[in-house]
Design a protein around this ligand. Structure first.
Ligand code: SF4
Ligand code: SF4
Length: 350
């Protein structure tokens, strides 16, 4: 591990220099708020942002992604043979990702990179990506990351963690990938390790003390799936849900998708699109049968997956990093913090 001081006057020049090696992504303001986007031409990451509407998940798992393609032209020898689409996996860097979003990518990876199956699209993108985090000095009111396995200075999944010190950034270089990115930027002013560690520690404690929102997860493990599944509170939890799917699209840890084939003249492509477990169509079978036809079943599925099934399966905590996006954006104020506490404190009545 090493520390580098970056004077903000040198920031733009360094980021521009890194474009010689990396395709860049980062926070950009548009009319609806901040989004993580590809930084085209001379656009710089806007490091003054507080939070982004959508997470950086789409850099590795795009909302719409062409995965396979073929030709229907029978004069071609390889007609009707699906082949992997030609996707660019050259080095890329996400500059300014929040620590909870980097942690979320590690949780998604647990599902996409397993002993049984390696999702090549997600994993190849992951391997090509360097994550340059921006610590959260002043967490917002919806942030409950410290009680959800992450935090404003969490380093999980990051290659570099930047602390904003007003006129400069202090970079904690965490991995070889991070070291390569710092070199590509030409940032080379070393900072004293002992002093830097102490400073990070102070900033981290200050930020953590500003988090006012918490969840309890300590008893989730000891409950059985069946007792939570059959608990009487699900109707109440789901009552006001309008199945808009917003909570799943803004969530950095949701990974549901749908596959579609599209044919245009002699060319055919297979496309993967984000989907949502909150939609009745998501689980409707070709026969017309739907195992989660009722809203209550779908809401239960979303929360049970995040707070129980994932926890039991991977033993890596809950499938939520406490970013607060679903709480902030749900139009009917369904709040995962309340649901988590209901599950955690539930005692079955005999
Ligand atoms: S954002 Fe709220 S209303 Fe929309 S699907 Fe999620 S829980 Fe339901
Ligand atoms: S469930 Fe909500 S708070 Fe948790 S990671 Fe997803 S959007 Fe963020």
């Amino acid at each position: 591990m090493k520390f580098i001081t970056i004077d903000k006057k040198d920031w733009a020049r360094g980021i521009e220099k890194s474009r010689e090696t990396y395709k860049l992504f980062g926070p950009v303001k548009d009319k609806s708020g901040f989004l993580i986007k590809s930084l085209e031409n001379d656009t710089l990451p806007d490091m003054e942002y507080h939070d982004t509407i959508m997470s950086a998940k789409s850099v590795l798992f795009p909302q719409t992604e062409k995965i396979l393609e073929t030709t229907l032209d029978e004069s071609k020898e390889d007609h009707h043979i699906m082949k992997r689409a030609d996707t660019d996996y050259s080095p890329r860097a996400v500059v300014g990702i929040r620590p909870y979003d980097a942690k979320a990518i590690e949780l998604v990876k647990l599902n996409f990179d397993t002993d049984d199956y390696r999702d090549p699209y997600f994993c190849d993108a992951y391997e090509a990506t360097t994550f340059v985090g921006l610590a959260v000095n002043k967490p917002g009111p919806f942030d409950f990351s410290t009680s959800a396995g992450s935090g404003p200075f969490c380093e999980d999944g990051l290659d570099i963690l930047l602390a904003d010190l007003d006129d400069k950034f202090l970079a904690k270089v965490l991995t070889g990938k991070g070291d390569a990115y710092i070199s590509a930027c030409g940032f080379e002013t070393s900072a004293d390790e002992k002093e830097s560690l102490a400073l990070f520690d102070i900033l981290k404690k200050e930020a953590q003390n500003n988090i006012v929102s918490h969840i309890d997860t300590d008893k989730l493990k000891e409950k059985t799936i069946l007792e939570l599944h059959e608990a009487p509170f699900w109707e109440d939890v789901a009552f006001s849900c309008i199945n808009c799917g917003t909570c799943t699209y803004v969530c950095p840890t949701c990974w549901c998708f749908d596959i579609q084939d599209e044919t245009k003249r002699k060319s055919s492509t297979r496309i993967r699109n984000w989907d949502t477990c909150m939609s009745p169509l998501f689980t409707r079978h070709a026969t017309g049968h739907n195992p989660r036809a009722a809203k209550t079943q779908r809401v239960r599925q979303r929360f049970m997956h995040k707070l129980k099934y994932f926890y039991d399966k991977y033993d890596q905590g809950i499938m939520c990093v406490g970013c607060g996006r679903c709480v902030k954006n749900c139009p009917v104020n369904i709040d995962i913090r309340e649901v988590c506490n209901i599950l955690n404190s539930y005692e079955k009545q005999e």
